[in-house]
Design a protein around this ligand. Sequence first.
Ligand code: ADP
Ligand code: ASP
Ligand code: MG
Length: 412
Amino acid sequence: MPTLVMKFGGTSVANLDRIARAAKRVAVEVANGYDVIVIVSAMSGKTNELVGWVSETSPLYDAHEYDAIVSSGENVTAGLMALRLQEMDIPARSWQGWQVPVLTTDAHASARIEEIPTKNITAKFGEGMKVAVVAGFQGVSAAGRITTLGRGGSDTTAVAFAAAFGAERCDIYTDVDGVYTTDPRITSKARKLDKISFEEMLELASLGAKVLQTRSVELAMRYKVRLRVLSSFEEPSDSAGTLVCDEEEIMESNVVAGVAYSRDEAKMTLISVADRPGIAAAIFGPLSDAGVNVDMIVQNISEEGRTDMTFSCPKDQVLRAEKAMNDAKTSGAINFHDLVADEGVAKVSVVGIGMRSHTGVAAKMFKVLSAEGINIKVITTSEIKISVLIDRKYMELAVQALHDAFELDKAG
Ligand code: ADP
Ligand code: ASP
Ligand code: MG
């Protein structure tokens, strides 16, 4: 039997009615002749609630316990989905990550899947089971501890299962009907794309477009998984949603494919550090050891042997970053005058493979932002993207202005 992976995100399993609705969609694919692997997220809002409980109990929490707690939302929806399917006379059972087992690294809260042995689930399909419902987002480390794959990680579970089982397709059901030129919640002019290249999707995802988790796109690209994003609220059709595929499969292309944003960033500046060889390693080593995901970095020109070092990281890691820097100062590894955190910034990025062959995108971006009176705090670029850090209060305005300026509402 061919296998299909269907993933339902938080809003698609937000209550019992939605779970029933998703189960009906699964039943259609079972009737189409597929063995189906369903990956579920927690009910929407649940994971945030669990994360909140963890932080309230222990601000610098132990990541092992964080994972034990925040993975639990998916266990509930997996069981409920299996029960709902059984009520429809479809042979189904639930699997938690450790039961499969989904084997991961021990990088708690951001673990990577290393292997998914297919034996157990395949055996059940052989015995007549039609649907394996798997709790997304979670796995188990070699030490036997529960791990999670980072926020939005159920997408990655889905693609990893599609790769492991050689699924015909991996359908990601969500609350929008595909991938748009930017988040449709920010501008009604956002346009749905029928297709998007793996590379552009990878950049958009890593720059904040949370419609797919970055790692899921990486895996789909590596293992050639046919990945489709579609709405669980609309009637499905073969052409529904957005197909994430190779560049060669795409005819239309704009220089800029999309605009992404990341709302909850922080900018941290170490004032007056010694400008000497090894200083960057002395700063960013401890930050990395503390689990801080440093993104942009700027080092100012030095004066009299001292300089300011600025970096950005997710806002919820500021506490960890401050502790790591203060500890490094106490131990004498680094010396700085002051550490200033600006928690009111956001990152806005434009992405497009067309940038490889077209110049002037950066200049146009900066002009558009300046025309809106938006000050740029930090800039980074790569071959196919340009990112800027700005005051969070201007984030929506920046996204809308860039979307207009690059005419993303029109197909290229
Ligand atoms: P799920 O719970 O189904 O995993 P998510 O909330 O993680 O859903 O992802 C879907 C959301 O991603 C959409 O509701 C939308 O607001 C947001 N989003 C951000 N950028 C984009 C984009 N370029 N295209 C589509 N959706 C986007
Ligand atoms: N429930 C997890 C989260 O909210 C994983 C997911 O939904 O993909 O991040
Ligand atoms: Mg998601």
